[in-house]
Design a protein around this ligand. Structure first.
Ligand code: NAP
Ligand code: ZN
Length: 359
């Protein structure tokens, strides 16, 4: 494609390239990004802190950007027309059985790629081509900018699918057939944590979100609006007072913190590890921790990425939440930036839930 303007990483510094990079996109739909969400993965790649990211074959750079809300400019597909709003899928399948059935999120041999992360150019550029089967249409016009949250939300929907599969091994609901008074603890207070909190409330969990420092006013207000309790673990060492966590979701990637709370999990508890942090300090797991996990049938499961079905469900959840919470949901987007605001990649703005670039 000619005259592409793109953010790209070229370790160790990263930068912006407004020159012709001649990226050979293929596809039957031409798209222009409207908004691109920024997350820790983008910051990690730009600052050369992620060992798993790599450039596409034949390129010495990687166009980053995987959280994208786009508009169709031209379409040779009968599924899209010019002006449609679409979200591109991040993970692209390899040839393993899971990839072949449309579940590259459960890839069995690691031979898949992720746009903007592993071996495929991402969406942080003025336009790109893609195939219709890699695009999910945003049908609800009232979602507006919130469509950019589809990508981070789809991860959360997939993780809850894991939760449902694991929880079906025994009776997990309470005796009135609901999850009321069951306790979910989400470690972290970033965008994924807030999306987990929203879905956890939808499932009916009494929901707690935790960090080891106080959180900004905007985040506290969001907790109140979503009926979610905030725990500052540096002040409240006793939370929860007994082993009562039924669902633990970690977005921190910090092993010491995770296992500190696995120790406080209830019978048949489910811990979903989602956050990753290659630089986190080493944590210890003791014999009595293993005893606690075994004797209580606690399951610790990793959950990564999501499939097309989860993008579709994510859009439905976002539409529902938009009706339920109105403008409070819009406040999840805490900052709009311009292409070229490179500081955004160096430092998280205070109170950030989701920063986005408007193209
Ligand atoms: P984020 O904004 O960086 O969220 C991480 C949160 O964890 C921050 O609020 C951070 O707090 C908090 N945290 C870090 N250490 C902590 C500790 N010891 N105790 C309590 N809280 C702690 O990133 P995000 O975009 O929400 O993503 C969350 C994580 O999921 C990241 O690690 C990301 O790489 C990962 N991720 C995984 C998948 C997947 O498919 N599994 C997909 C997307 C992202 P402060 O920064 O405020 O101190
Ligand atoms: Zn695969």
């Amino acid at each position: 494609m000619e005259n592409v303007k793109a953010y790209y990483s070229n370790a160790p510094v990263g930068g912006i390239d407004f020159k012709n990079k001649n990226i050979n996109d293929q596809g039957n739909v031409l798209l222009k990004p409207l908004l691109t969400g920024i997350c820790g993965t983008d910051r990690g790649i730009v600052n050369a802190g992620l060992s798993f990211a790599y450039n596409p074959e034949g390129y010495n750079f990687l166009v980053i950007g995987h959280e994208s809300l786009c508009q169709v400019i031209e379409s040779e597909s009968n599924q899209f027309k010019s002006g449609d709003i679409a979200v591109p899928l991040v993970r692209r399948p390899g040839n393993c059985p899971n990839c072949l059935i449309g579940r590259p999120d459960n890839c069995s041999d690691g031979d898949k790629h992720e746009a903007g992360i592993t071996g495929l150019h991402g969406f942080m550029r003025e336009e790109f081509k893609d195939y219709d089967y890699n695009l999910v249409k945003v049908a609800d016009p009232s979602l507006g900018d919130l469509g950019v949250l589809t990508e981070p939300t789809k991860n959360v929907v997939k993780a809850f699918e894991v939760f449902e599969k694991v929880s079906s091994r025994s009776i997990y609901y309470n005796s009135s057939s609901t999850l009321e008074r069951k306790k979910a603890l989400i470690i972290g207070t970033g965008s994924e944590a807030f999306l987990y909190a929203l879905l956890s409330r939808d499932y009916g969990f009494e929901t707690y979100i935790l960090n080891r420092h106080p959180i900004e006013k905007n985040k506290m207000e969001m907790c109140q609006a979503f009926d979610v309790n905030f725990v500052n673990s540096s002040e409240d060492n006793d939370f929860p007072d007994k082993s009562s966590i039924d669902l633990l979701i970690d977005t921190s990637g910090d092993p010491g913190t995770v296992f500190g709370f696995v120790r406080k999990m209830n019978y048949n508890g489910i811990a979903i590890l989602f956050g990753t942090n290659e630089k986190a300090p080493v944590g210890t797991v003791t014999g009595s921790d293993i005893d606690h996990i075994v004797e209580r049938n606690i399951t610790i499961a990793g959950s990564v990425d999501a499939a097309r079905i989860h993008y579709i469900k994510a859009l439905n959840y976002l539409s529902k939440w938009k009706k339920q919470y109105g403008n409070v949901l819009n406040d999840m987007i805490t900052g709009y930036y311009k292409p070229g605001d490179l500081d955004l990649f160096r430092k998280k703005p205070d109170g950030e839930i989701k920063s986005v670039i408007r193209w």
